[in-house]
Ligand binder design. Structure first.
Ligand code: C2E
Ligand code: MG
Ligand code: MG
Length: 677
């Protein structure tokens, strides 16, 4: 009897376990699991019944009908299949109750079929109230068991134990109540009685087979759970880690940083975020290929990982950007950590047949000294790292609000500028250029204007360097060129339009191609376009710069040398390239009135222009006196507030006193009037 109860309990637990498992499956997998669970449940009910029957002693010969015995097992399995299928059908609370009731019915059906196979030589009487009670008990407990297993209110363990207990109760109560219903009056009728020893052997065999089935169920459940948790773990790893190096990725690093910040806050310790950006990675990638680049990343990642102690972390944020974190008490510990990472990064790496030292810019931000939030910590470490790279420093740099704030502002400005290009906050103003001798308009210089939605007008002296630093100068320059050409085509006169070109555009873009394209698009004749370049353009790669200028000139576009006299003013540049114009910087003009040296320089530059046959334009003419001096010295052209301020559309240009009356100084001017004297 005890063995029967044991089988029943173990079996019920396995069934409950499997039942919970089925709920996490779907499709064909769920179908298979329901079938397996039904087999385990059927075997449990059937074994419990037969082992218990071994304890049932009657003084008459007993024998078993083999067909009905097998049928009773099939009834149990099929009945349980139906009960489980219904119980697990949907999310509503009714499904488990109905399914459980059906399973209770299956338990009863199995029992009474089994009893039909139990042949005794005697008069068998079934007391109906007990029979009814037994069936109701099994239905009620089994329904309760299913409901418990599906209950959302119970925790995982509770659900399992309660479900298993109720299911075991359903089987046990049915059996004992049903056996109470049975009364046998001995009568020796059977000719082939089974000895009680034979019965016992059969019973043990049954129990054994049942246990094997139940054990198989346990094994299946365990294997399934294991493979599934394996798969889950692999998925988790993939989601949390960088595929190439296996280091944590950005999102898992952020979660870990948040956790460690919380720990540091409660423990009162400090925490450092270390931003790392490799130094020569792009070069390795470009020159030796992506495979070499990948090898280097993996190697360095492994090395840094080997340096970690305790709860220290290194993560890869993408590209050649890494970030590390450590908690510490003393600055010395932090310095040691940084030194460990630094050593890992500086040791030579080999890829293919090559070997190189990579190195990195390292920036450190400390919690709570430099920032308290995760975002600010990472950001500040980044800023310090940029400074380390900018200074070419091999030592880690700590965040310094006063130093890094400038960088932060420039980065913000660069972001705003990027948006400005997209959102049309930019405009071109035009400033007139005039012939001093004939007083005719010779052209208009396009000058870029940015109206920032919050900060108002930002001068080009501020945002052009930011654009150059961030690479935005390329799209910006292209926009200026296209807009200027487009505008010029709408002008009623045939004036030239002059566009400033940054040295970076010359170095990085296919400028001749762009000019050809824009001129074609807008239909502006090339002779009406001129570019203004400063001498800085020739500093880095003189030969290439000259080559590109040659191509641009070949299109028919004019080339002017801007801000002459301020930069690297080399006569060599003037000798090797046939400029169409020299623009004398306004610095010299402002000194004209009271500085004899300034007049001497202006005179010298004008003489130089004459001898090279290049016209000279004087910038920044603000007074009649300045204009008069230039006229006397034989300067060809002039540009300045006296002649016209930069304005949204080309301004009317009139030379002399009349002009000052005719040209309002700060008001944008519409339309173009013919030049007059
Ligand atoms: P720049 O090419 O030398 O332009 C002439 C600058 O002198 C303009 O300043 C103009 O407003 C100013 N100016 C003109 N007449 C006078 C005057 O009589 N007195 C004084 N004090 N200033 C005068 P702006 O517009 O602020 O531009 C400054 C610089 O920004 C330009 O110098 C140019 O180098 C650069 N820049 C402007 N627009 C662009 C552009 O579209 N692309 C590029 N790459 N650079 C640009
Ligand atoms: Mg200019
Ligand atoms: Mg200039």
């Amino acid at each position: 009897m005890l063995l029967a109860v044991l089988i029943c309990c173990v079996g019920a637990f396995v069934v409950a376990e499997m039942f919970v498992q089925v709920r996490t499956t779907s499709g064909i997998q769920r179908f298979g699991w329901i079938f397996l669970t039904a087999i385990a449940a059927g075997a449990t009910i059937w074994c419990t019944h037969f082992v218990a029957m071994l304890g049932y002693e009657v003084d008459v010969p007993v024998h078993l009908d083999p067909v009905l015995t097998i049928v009773s097992l099939i009834v149990a399995i099929v009945g349980m299949s139906i009960g489980l299928a219904v119980g697990l059908w949907g999310a509503g609370a009714l499904y488990p109750l109905i399914g459980g009731a059906l399973a209770g019915g299956a338990i009863s059906a199995m029992h009474y079929t089994g009893m039909a196979a139990f042949r005794v030589d005697g008069l068998v009487e079934w007391r109906i109230p007990y029979v009814v009670a037994s069936v109701l008990c099994s239905i009620a407990f089994s329904a309760a068991a299913f409901a418990a297993l599906c209950s959302a209110r119970l925790s995982g363990r509770r659900r399992l134990w309660l479900g298993a207990g109720l299911f075991a109760t359903a089987i046990v109560t049915l059996h004992f109540v049903a056996m109470t219903a049975l009364r046998i009056a001995p009568l020796s009728l059977s000719d082939k009685p089974l000895t009680s020893e034979g019965m016992r052997a059969l019973g043990l065999a049954t129990a054994l087979v049942g246990l094997i089935v139940i054990a198989a169920g346990i094994a299946a459940a365990l294997i399934d759970r294991h493979t599934r948790s394996d798969a889950m773990q692999r998925l988790r790893h993939m989601a949390m880690n960088d595929a190439l190096t296996g280091l944590p990725n950005r999102s898992s690093f952020q979660a870990e940083l948040q956790r460690q910040v919380d720990v540091a806050r409660t423990a009162g310790t400090k925490l450092a975020v270390v931003a790392i950006d490799l130094d020569r990675f792009k070069e390795i990638n470009d020159v030796h290929g992506h495979k070499a680049g990948d090898d280097v990343l993996v190697m360095l990642a492994d090395r840094m990982r080997d340096q970690l102690q305790g709860e220290e972390v290194v993560a890869r944020l993408g590209g050649d950007e890494f970030v590390a974190l450590t908690r510490f008490q003393e600055r010395g510990d932090l310095a040691k950590f940084a030194a460990r990472l630094d050593a890992a990064l500086k040791a030579p790496v080999s890829f293919g047949t090559m070997s190189a030292r990579v190195g990195a810019g390292i920036g450190v931000a400390v919690f709570p000294d430099h920032a308290e939030s995760v975002e600010a910590l990472v950001n500040n470490a980044d800023l310090a790292m940029y400074r380390a790279k900018h200074e070419g420093s091999f030592e880690p740099r700590f965040y310094d609000a006063s130093l890094d704030e400038i960088v932060r502002e420039r980065r913000e400005l660069a972001n705003d500028l990027r948006r400005a290009i997209e959102e049309d906050q930019l405009a071109l103003h035009y400033q007139v250029q005039t012939s001093i001798t004939t007083r005719e308009v010779t052209g208009y210089e396009a000058l870029l204007r940015w109206h920032h939605p919050l900060r108002g007008n930002i001068p080009p002296e501020v945002f052009i360097p930011v654009a150059e630093e961030s690479g935005l100068i390329l799209p910006l320059g292209e926009w200026v060129l296209r807009q200027a050409c487009r505008d010029a085509t709408t002008w009623p006169n045939q004036s030239k339009v002059s566009v400033n070109v940054s040295p970076l555009q010359l170095a990085h873009a296919d400028l001749p191609g762009l000019f050809r394209q824009v001129l074609g698009e807008t239909g502006l004749p090339a002779r009406r376009l001129e570019i203004e370049l400063t001498e800085t353009a020739f500093v880095t790669d003189r030969v290439r710069a000259l080559h590109i200028l040659q191509q641009i000139k070949a299109l028919g576009v004019g080339v002017a040398l801007d801000d002459f006299g301020t930069g690297f003013s080399s006569l060599e540049t003037l000798r090797v390239f046939p400029f169409d114009k020299i623009k004398l910087d306004r610095f010299f003009i402002s000194g004209l009135a009271d500085s004899p040296q300034a007049i001497a320089i202006v005179r010298a530059v004008l003489a130089l222009g004459k001898s090279l046959a290049i016209p000279v334009l004087a910038e920044g003419i603000e007074t009649d006196e300045q204009l008069e001096v230039l006229r006397r010295e034989g300067c060809d052209e002039a540009q300045g507030f006296l002649l016209g301020r930069p304005a949204p559309m080309p301004s009317t240009i009139v030379v002399g006193a009349v002009a000052r009356g005719a040209v309002p100084r700060d008001r944008p001017l519409g339309g173009i009037a013919p030049q007059s004297t």
